[in-house]
Design a protein around this ligand. Structure first.
Ligand code: ADP
Ligand code: MG
Length: 250
């Protein structure tokens, strides 16, 4: 198998997830399943808890209550190996979060070398493959500040893929980009989806959600209001809150 292909895809199962920040009850009993290889887009107003939900899935936040399984492993087991668990899950943020002092190639090799114990040569070969895959093979020696926002986000995707994740989380990956670079990033995400990666994507790109997502989940005020096939939720929403939200973003 081509090394840069998705090695395996894990499903996600979230049951009864609650998250409090002090008195602020942010997630109020979320149930959500993503089948292996499925793409689910999470939509909803600002402050509805979408980022918190993603951050719970890769354990950047500790859930107050509920269980999360990733690929059959319980992420919320108190005895879980956090590093092993986080390794399975790739995350791409709105603001790229690249290491500014490392080259594009080094951004993609530092964790495979440190965490996966790959040799430098092996890590570089894999990283170059992923950089080719996102169309940046010839920019491997640049530094993040020398790239456009869209290119930086593509590096962030290549960096996440270099850790051979079984699941990719995207938190508004195109929201900070100039309009002309949004399409490049969405095209790469689309290809990743076609290659069979399991993806949970927070996005306001309704065109992407409609075309690429198997399912769309609409969240508001910490609850899942509506979910279903993307064409149905976006094209024919059943709940007033979903209708109001879509009327604002479409
Ligand atoms: P969304 O991504 O849908 O905009 P968030 O998950 O970022 O929503 O935020 C949901 C709520 O949780 C908001 O009220 C926000 O202020 C609060 N919140 C998010 N992160 C933290 C944090 N680290 N500490 C305290 N409150 C937070
Ligand atoms: Mg958010």
């Amino acid at each position: 198998m081509d090394q840069t292909q998705t090695p395996r895809a894990a499903g996600v199962s979230i049951v009864g997830l609650h998250k409090h920040y002090g008195q602020n009850h942010v997630l109020k009993g979320i149930d959500l399943t993503v089948e292996p290889g499925q793409v689910v887009c999470l939509i909803g107003p600002s402050g509805s808890g979408k980022s918190t939900l993603l951050r719970c899935v890769n354990l950047l936040e500790t859930p107050t209550e509920g269980t999360i399984h990733v690929g059959g492993f319980e992420a919320t087991d108190p005895d879980v190996d956090l590093d092993a668990m986080r390794r399975r899950v790739g995350m791409v943020f709105q603001h790229f979060n690249l290491f500014p002092h490392l080259s594009v190639l080094e951004n993609c090799t530092v964790s495979p070398i440190k965490v996966l114990k790959r040799s430098k040569a092996e890590a570089e070969k894999t990283a170059r493959g992923h950089l080719e895959r996102v169309g940046l093979g010839d920019l491997a020696d640049r530094y993040p500040a020398q790239l456009s926002g869209g290119q930086q986000q593509r590096v962030a995707i290549a960096r996440a893929l270099s850790m051979e994740p079984e699941l990719m989380l995207f938190d508004e990956p195109t929201s900070a980009l100039d309009p002309e670079t949004v399409g490049d990033v969405l095209a790469i995400m689309r290809r990743l989806a076609n290659d069979g990666m399991t993806m949970l994507v927070v996005t306001h790109e309704m065109g992407f959600a409609r075309e690429v997502a198997d399912e769309v989940v609409f969240m508001d005020k910490g609850v899942v209001v509506e979910r279903g096939p993307s064409a149905e939720v976006i094209g024919n929403p059943q709940h007033q809150r979903t209708q109001d939200f879509l009327a604002r973003v479409l």
